[in-house]
Write a protein that binds this ligand. Structure first.
Ligand code: BG6
Length: 530
């Protein structure tokens, strides 16, 4: 009963014209039963024309709102939704405040809230400026930063899957997880969003927000409760621990590319260097997640839509996998698109007289595709949560700062051309294969062609743990120790035990790498001589 939507924009429109634009959108969702309701609904919409930079126009908007309040005899709640390019935010926010529009009725009634859409700034510096402005003008409880990925059903379900079940949480750490891959591959291109997209690029359009939030949801710790503060705090804790990549890491482990034909899109510069594809690697400075590589990859016109989080587990020890592979590894895949669901990949006996293994899957379909109303359902949820004052699905200032800390150095070194801009044929997966290949070549080069094979002399606490990590990473480890018990321990976890230094040396192929994990002192020289 007491609800109004007021459009405020530069365009010269009457309220009737504004209503008929909305009627056009609703047309496809109307039947005879809802027709009457729709026309009632439309009567709640009106339009006030104004220039964003003109303070007086905001007073006019205030008059409109005040007269509605006067009619209702109260101070209503007010929600300001900024559906404008981010560079207009500062001007609009300042005018909203100085015209008194965002002043709450009283501490008890008439709250005011503001919704802003990503990207929040263009880099860490402009994001900080925007954040400073927002926090100067509003309290954090009034600010709703939208990242529609947080409202995606499958991502919300991820927390339920992790925290309402006791199936995986015990193995959810670097003890058993080997790597995580997060993909947001799109079939669609930039189409009619050239002017916006060209100033942003894939890394900042989806990397700085959606993909990093997927990391936060995948790795965050069990929250104290399911309220906004706890969840946002735990998401932020993960994001704050993202290791800032060094110049060398950016050069060696990030890729950017543009699909051919992109520069012909309306609004795109003819010599644009904006990436429509990127791949980057993240690590966390966090005891639970240390050393786990997290790959982020996204791009437009990649031939198919594939949005997913793949969690790969280390293979079990002792390693019973056939020599030369495949290594038995389990994967849990959270699919967002094309299907919504979860797949668990595991190994089972191939029926038959031999003991042969094959990979099988448990497949869980979250819901049928037809049941999904993409974007509408995310925004419906976000708007309703904002009205209800629930900030769980909105990005906090802390999270936003942490995400920029990670993205900023990558973006700035790309700006300086530290990483070449590759080109790919649209609607193919050529670039995915190309970057995989480049990565493999690079790893091969960095490993200088050495086999993953090592001898370890000294299987104390450190020597044994080092062996364990190397075995988990697919190495062949030959180990020896004066204590035969330690040698047995190594064999138990899949290593090859040698009961003398001579046997250890003989058990390694050339060129041999031997690590002496022994107490300092004369002993070392003895062993080297041996
Ligand atoms: C938006 C980006 O935030 O997310 C778009 O601006 C991108 O470029 C979209 O296509 C992806 O969202 P979804 O819900 O289609 O996966």
């Amino acid at each position: 009963d007491r609800f109004r939507v007021i459009g405020f924009s530069r365009r010269d429109l009457t309220s009737k014209e504004f209503q008929s634009r909305i009627a056009d959108i609703l047309k496809n969702h109307t039947d005879n039963k809802t027709k009457k309701l729709i026309s009632l609904f439309l009567s709640l919409f009106s339009y006030t024309r104004g220039q964003f930079e003109n303070k007086n126009d905001y007073y006019q908007l205030k008059n409109t709102l005040d007269s509605i309040d006067a009619g209702w005899g109260l101070c209503s709640n007010k929600l300001f939704y900024l559906a404008v390019p981010p560079e207009l935010y500062p001007k609009i926010l300042k005018n909203l405040v100085s015209s008194g529009l965002t002043k709450p009725g009283s501490p008890e009634e008439g709250w005011t809230r503001v919704i802003v859409e990503k990207p929040f700034g263009k880099d860490a510096k402009t994001a900080r400026e925007l954040d400073e402005l927002l926090t100067k003008l509003f309290k954090e409880i009034q600010i709703y930063r939208v990242d529609h990925y947080l409202a995606k059903e499958m991502l919300q379900n991820m927390l339920v899957f992790r925290f309402a079940n006791n199936l995986f949480e015990g193995s959810w750490s670097n003890d058993l997880i080997e790597k995580i891959d997060i993909r947001l591959h799109e079939a669609i291109g930039v189409e009619d969003r050239g002017a916006f997209y060209d100033g942003v690029g894939a890394l900042r359009d989806v990397g700085q927000n959606h993909l990093l939030q997927m990391i936060a949801l995948t790795l965050m710790a069990y929250p104290e409760n399911f309220k906004a503060d706890s969840i946002r705090k735990n998401r932020a804790a993960i994001l704050k621990n993202l290791k800032i990549p060094s110049a060398a890491e950016i050069k060696n482990s990030t890729f950017r590319a543009q699909y051919s034909g992109y520069q012909k899109i309306k609004g795109v510069k003819t010599n644009s260097q904006t990436e429509t594809y990127f791949k980057a690697r993240a690590f966390l400075d966090h005891p639970r997640w240390e050393n786990i590589p997290i790959t982020l990859e996204s791009g437009k016109r990649l031939g198919e839509s594939k949005k997913e989080i793949v969690v790969t587990f280390v293979h079990p020890l002792p390693c019973l996998c056939p020599t030369g592979g495949p290594h038995y590894k389990n994967r849990v895949i959270f699919h967002l698109e094309p299907k919504e669901g979860i797949t668990i990949q595991f190994w089972a006996k191939k029926p038959g007289s031999k003991l042969e293994l094959e990979e099988r899957t448990f497949d869980f379909l979250f819901r049928q595709k037809e049941k999904r109303v993409q974007y509408t359902e995310e925004y419906e949820k976000l708007l309703l949560d904002c009205v209800e004052g629930d900030q769980t699905l909105f990005v906090s200032s802390e999270e936003d700062k942490a995400m920029w800390r990670f993205i900023d150095p990558i973006y700035h070194s790309w700006e300086k051309d530290a990483v070449p801009l590759l080109s790919y044929k649209p609607d193919t997966q050529e670039i995915l294969r190309q970057t995989d290949r480049l990565e493999e070549e690079r790893e091969g080069r960095e490993g200088r062609g050495l086999k993953k094979e090592i001898g370890i002399i000294g299987l104390g606490k450190m020597g044994l743990n080092i062996s364990k990590r190397l075995l988990q990473a697919g190495w062949r480890v030959v180990g020896s120790d004066e204590k035969s018990k330690a040698v047995l321990e190594l064999e138990k976890i899949g290593g090859i035990g040698a009961n003398s230094v001579q046997k250890l040396v003989a058990g390694l192929s050339r060129p041999k790498i031997i690590w002496l994990m022994l107490p300092a002192g004369a002993l070392i020289d003895d062993f080297i001589t041996k």
